[in-house]
Design a binder for this molecule. Structure first.
Ligand code: WT7
Length: 650
């Protein structure tokens, strides 16, 4: 991405929000942390590692003698589950609630750290009884229920790596992942509740493990919905029958800091999914530190809620490992935000007095579309920090989030990271940073990130290019499971000695970083680089637009032409006038070059189950091609609706 004078003033976002004085005065982290970490980066991380309880304290912080294969804290030994559970009980906090579980049908259950310790110990003993040993892999295919976290911690406790597969994935996707990791056991449930009804999980597992040459010896089934399940004697076993008979005592063995903790698959744009490998000591250090610093967590008083699914890395790092390592009290919600009504999230915030909320831009834009009056019906005054993750947050969505959810009072932290980075890398700090809507702003203390051009040269302030990470970090992926070469090729070969994140980014005049979406989401229009994110944000800043997805479609004259799909707000009428107005609005905001050639109002946008817009499919539509693979869409009928619109499009 070369620098582009005509567009170098994109995102002329000038609103600024200082940290609330009261929060700043008592913040966990002050501006000095940046200085301290800059002066001695490894010393800084060695100090953060002391948040954990080690059976053997590490003496070496980083071994980078064989880059990019990092070893953090390698002579240290610890047990991750002990750190997330037992030590809080030993410190006298056994009665503190670890998880307030809220089921979609309205059932709820609060689990203290003492109870969690017993449950995790029983589950660990159960896995041992099934023959699972240190170094084995266990697949977890579950709804959002406490047993999911318990299963993960039980694996960690005995040194088996878990591979959580999102419960919305198909039997094929599950089978590929089981096979790639050679999992011996699958932990699943009969089903979970989604959109007001039980949604089965067991049939997909039965299908996935019935394939030739499967490595799976046992399927452990949690009873959640009570629905009928097919049963294979000898292979299948009920979670409750297996765990209830186990002792609640299990002595956690300490493992090496670099012992594998989990594999999590992330879909590549091409080819097989990549099994991202995370290990123990460095990973836990960074997720604990970032959860404490970025959300200003006070474990004694805060109620934290991350709305992600445990099947994504956000759930691993900021539902299971970070919050539990910190002894936090959190809410876990099973279902969808509109069941049984569109105020469900706000009802939950009110019920548990949630003080820290972490969600995704796609959810925020959906709430905007549903209307301001819905959150206004609930008492959200307990909230004090709001977080966002998953994709760039449009400034208007950021402002809406702060205003309508945060009461115009709470800081919003826009956190950039990836499955591969394991933990948050770039984010404001709520008690330190003067926030800019739409920008993740600065690498956290101890993290080195910058923006480079095609030649790997760092761009000056005001310039744009590719986001890179220039120093190793504790929670970095260690490799792609079984494929070191792919690890090198994917992340470390684009720019010598630097980690290539695959995201476009720019630095503003203060040196703050703005993420512009995946590199393949950058359009080239008449020789100008324009990011889909910027055009989308411009569209969403118009009062008639609730959501927008922008793609570049092949164009004979301009190379690519900008095509925008927009969801209008409730009252806006879909007229040629409005379309013209939107084009002019983008032109006025970003410059004439960024005016979409076509704007198509649609009812829905195609999204993956993790909430990312599938621009690839929209590009197929815009270029009149047959649609590519739609199997990872949450709702594949969305594409039919969009295609029906096309003939009448202006
Ligand atoms: C990609 C990683 C991180 C957990 C959830 C997604 C995009 C993520 C932001 C943000 C702009 C963001 C990037 C990144 N992304 N957070 N705050 N601002 N973009 O994990 O599925 O591995 O996706 O999500 O494009 O590369 P993931």
């Amino acid at each position: 991405m070369s620098e582009n004078p005509s567009l170098s003033n994109l995102l002329k976002e000038e609103r600024r929000f200082a940290p609330p004085a009261e929060l700043a005065a008592q913040a966990n982290v002050t501006a000095e942390a940046y200085e301290q970490a800059k002066a001695d980066r490894l010393g800084f991380w060695a100090e953060q590692a002391r948040r954990l309880t080690w059976a053997t304290e590490p003496t070496e912080t980083l071994d980078w003698s064989n880059p990019p294969f990092a070893k953090w804290f390698q002579d240290g030994r610890l047990n991750v589950a002990y750190n997330c559970v037992d030590r809080h009980v030993e410190a006298g906090n056994g009665d503190r609630v670890a998880i307030h579980f809220e089921g979609e049908p309205g059932d709820s259950r609060s689990i203290t750290y003492a109870e969690l310790k017993d449950e995790v110990s029983r589950a660990a003993n159960a896995l041992l009884e099934l023959g699972v040993r240190k170094g084995d892999r266990v697949a977890v295919y579950m709804p959002m229920i406490p047993e999911t976290a318990i299963a993960m911690l039980a694996c960690a406790r005995i040194g088996a790596a878990h591979s959580v597969v999102f419960g919305g994935f198909s039997a094929d996707a599950l089978a590929t992942r089981i096979e790639d990791a050679d999992a011996r056991v699958v932990i699943t449930a009969d089903g979970g509740y989604r959109r007001g009804k039980p949604s089965a999980l067991k049939p997909a597992v039965d299908d996935a493990v019935s394939r030739e040459g499967t490595t799976v010896e046992h399927v452990v089934v949690v009873r959640r919905t009570g629905q009928e399940v097919a049963w294979t004697e000898g292979r299948d076993v009920w979670w409750h029958e297996l765990t209830q008979k186990q002792p609640a005592e299990h002595t956690a063995e300490a493992f090496e800091a670099e012992h594998p903790l989990f594999i999590l698959y992330t879909s590549g744009t091409t080819g097989r999914p990549k099994g991202i490998l995370h290990t123990s000591g460095g990973y836990l250090t960074q997720v604990a530190y970032t959860h404490w610093s970025v959300f200003d967590l006070k474990p004694e008083t805060d109620v934290y809620w991350c709305t992600a699914d445990v099947g994504w890395v956000t759930g691993h790092s900021y539902i299971v490992y970070g919050p539990l390592a910190n002894g936090a009290t959190q809410v876990m919600y099973e279902g969808t935000p509109d069941t049984p009504h569109q105020g469900r999230f706000w009802e939950i915030v009110q019920k548990y007095k949630v003080s820290i909320l972490y969600t995704a831009p796609t959810a925020i834009r959906t709430f905007m579309k549903w209307g301001d009056d819905i959150p206004a019906k609930f008492d959200l005054s307990s909230l004090r920090v709001l977080g966002s993750v998953g994709e760039p947050i449009n400034p208007e969505a950021w402002i809406w989030y702060r205003k309508h959810i945060g009461g115009d009072r709470t800081p919003v932290v826009d956190t950039w990271w990836q499955t591969e980075t394991g933990g948050i890398m770039i984010s404001p700090l709520p008690g330190v940073t003067e926030a800019k809507p739409g920008s993740a702003q600065r690498p956290l203390p101890g993290i080195a990130a910058t923006v480079v051009d095609d030649e790997a040269t760092e761009v000056p302030d005001g310039g744009g290019g590719y986001l890179v990470l220039t120093e190793p970090w504790p929670s970095m992926l260690r490799t792609i499971w079984g494929d070191d070469q792919r690890f090198l090729d994917t992340y470390w070969s684009r720019f010598e000695g630097k980690y290539f994140a695959g995201d476009g980014a720019k630095k503003d005049d203060d040196g703050d970083i703005w993420l512009l979406g995946r590199v393949d989401d950058v359009m080239l229009v008449s020789g100008h680089n324009i990011s889909t994110t910027e055009v989308e944000s411009a569209l969403v800043s118009h009062p008639s637009v609730a959501e927008a997805a922008v793609v570049g479609a092949a164009d004979e004259t301009t190379g690519q032409a900008i095509v925008a799909f927009v969801i209008l707000r409730g009252t806006a009428a879909e007229t040629a006038d409005l379309v013209g107005e939107l084009r002019n609005h983008v032109g006025a905001t970003l410059g004439p070059i960024a005016k979409p050639k076509r704007i198509l109002p649609v009812a829905e946008l195609p999204k993956t189950r993790s909430g990312k817009i599938m621009r690839r499919l929209l590009r197929d539509v815009a270029e009149n091609r047959q649609l590519g693979d739609v199997t990872t869409l949450t709702d594949s009928t969305v594409m039919d609706l969009i295609q029906e619109k096309l003939p009448t499009a202006p």
